[in-house]
Write a protein that binds this ligand. Structure first.
Ligand SMILES: [Zn+2]
Length: 102
């Protein structure tokens, strides 16, 4: 409730989205620590930008006098990576002429 609370940027967890049909990326704050709403922050062009550079302290759109700290949420572990790799390998083999698996 003191002054310190006002000054300390609150963490805001973001997910990266791209705008369909464009190469523009956005960091989406799912729930603003101040107003609870969703906020978008441009993260640059898919090809040229490093969206990670846009993370960190930025002014909250709902209250430009305050900062919040854009952070990636902790990632749950996924097994999907292995599956995708297997699939990729299978597709890569398909043209070899040795694949009689069909
Ligand atoms: Zn807000």
């Amino acid at each position: 409730m003191g002054k310190k609370d006002r000054r300390t940027p609150q963490p805001a967890f973001v997910t990266l989205r791209d705008l369909p049909g464009t190469r523009v990326m956005f960091w989406v704050v799912g729930e603003c620590p101040y107003c609870g709403e969703r906020h978008l922050h441009p993260a640059g062009n898919l090809r040229t930008a490093d969206p990670g550079e846009r993370l960190g302290e930025v002014p909250a759109p709902c209250d430009p006098g305050r900062l919040y700290d854009l952070q990636l949420p902790p990632r749950p572990q996924r097994k999907k990576g292995k599956e995708a790799r297997k699939k990729e390998r299978r597709q890569g083999k398909a043209g070899s002429g040795w694949d009689l698996d069909e």
